[in-house]
Design a protein around this ligand. Structure first.
Ligand code: ATR
Length: 288
């Protein structure tokens, strides 16, 4: 149990809503297991209150904070320096207040790739990847995949223009990005499939798949869904039944948090500590 005292360092999450966020559980577990005197809290920040909240947090001496919906892009206005990934994505999910300088990162990019490496043993270098969806999460994942060296990134989205806009927003990588105009034209030989759409998510889209019924998975594929509720979407179930390796959204959520933690605390979370953290999270219903 963390003992809060005069040396406790403050971290937090800015977003709206934040009530159901898993970040406090993950970050406080990381601090406890790593033996660091930190506390991580949620700061609900409705639209229109972002500047006041960022200024206040930096004013009280917060060491770092995460940023989630709907503020990941707007927060850039209040940041002094941006990492390469944050620049590419034009969005920040992690701020490190380092000697008074607010540095912005996007750990969703590296977090996604790290989740693949930790779970499957390797990333996407030389692979072809199909990404379903072209929203905010898709852009961070695309940057992570391209930075890791994927050979080809196919993007398919319900609204074609958004997929084209996503490609156009990443000119440094455009030779490796291909927009798939129709779901029936998806190449068969993709190594990795990533769902970044809401299709399959708990609620009215639960039980639906972002891929058409006729799609044939194969056992060499890795199929990833960034949805974690339900923990196994229809997409993952169908892929698993065909022998593909699957991964749900808890993993990306966890690894983007670990990377933020490592930036803030200038530490590496080791294998033994990870095992203990994952055990505690599992006891709390987070099945990574
Ligand atoms: P996020 O930041 O989580 O990525 P977003 O920017 O709203 O959220 O993106 C949601 C993604 O899910 C988009 O790719 C969206 O497709 P459109 O660009 O066509 O809107 C996709 N999506 C949401 N509901 C969908 C549905 N019922 N069928 C297909 N795609 C859907």
């Amino acid at each position: 149990m963390t003992r809060i005292n005069g040396e406790t360092k403050l971290y937090g999450l800015i977003g709206h809503p934040v009530k159901h966020s898993l970040s406090p559980l993950i970050q406080n577990t990381l601090s406890i297991v790593m033996g660091l005197n930190n506390v991580y809290l949620c700061f609900d920040t409705p639209p229109g209150q972002l500047e006041k909240k960022v200024t206040s947090l930096i004013g009280v001496g917060v060491e770092g904070f995460n940023v989630t919906m709907p503020h990941k892009e707007e927060v850039i206005k209040y940041i002094d320096e941006l990492s390469e990934s944050a620049l590419y994505v034009n969005a920040v999910n992690t701020v490190f207040v380092d000697k008074g300088i607010a540095k912005g990162f996007n750990t969703d990019c590296e977090g996604f790739v790290r989740s693949l490496k930790e779970n499957f043993g390797y990333g996407v270098e030389g692979d072809s990847v199909l990404m379903l969806g072209a929203g905010g999460a898709a852009k961070a994942i695309a940057v992570g995949l391209l930075q890791d060296g994927c050979k080809k990134l196919y993007i398919q989205n319900r609204t074609l223009k958004r997929a084209k806009d996503l490609k156009d927003s990443l000119p440094d990588f455009s030779d490796r990005i291909e927009v798939v105009e129709d779901i029936k034209l998806i190449p068969e030989d993709v190594d990795v499939i990533v769902n970044t759409t809401s299709v399959g998510m708990h609620g009215e889209l639960e039980g639906k798949s972002p891929l058409s019924d006729g799609y044939e998975f194969n056992k060499n594929q890795r199929v990833v869904d960034i949805i974690y509720s339900p923990p196994e979407t229809l997409l993952l179930k169908k892929a698993r039944e065909k022998g593909a390796s699957t991964l749900n959204g808890y993993s990306m959520l966890f690894w983007q948090a670990v990377i933020a933690f490592e930036i803030w605390n200038k530490v590496k979370v080791g294998r033994d500590e990870l095992d203990e953290i994952l055990k505690i999270l599992k006891e709390n219903g987070v099945m990574i």
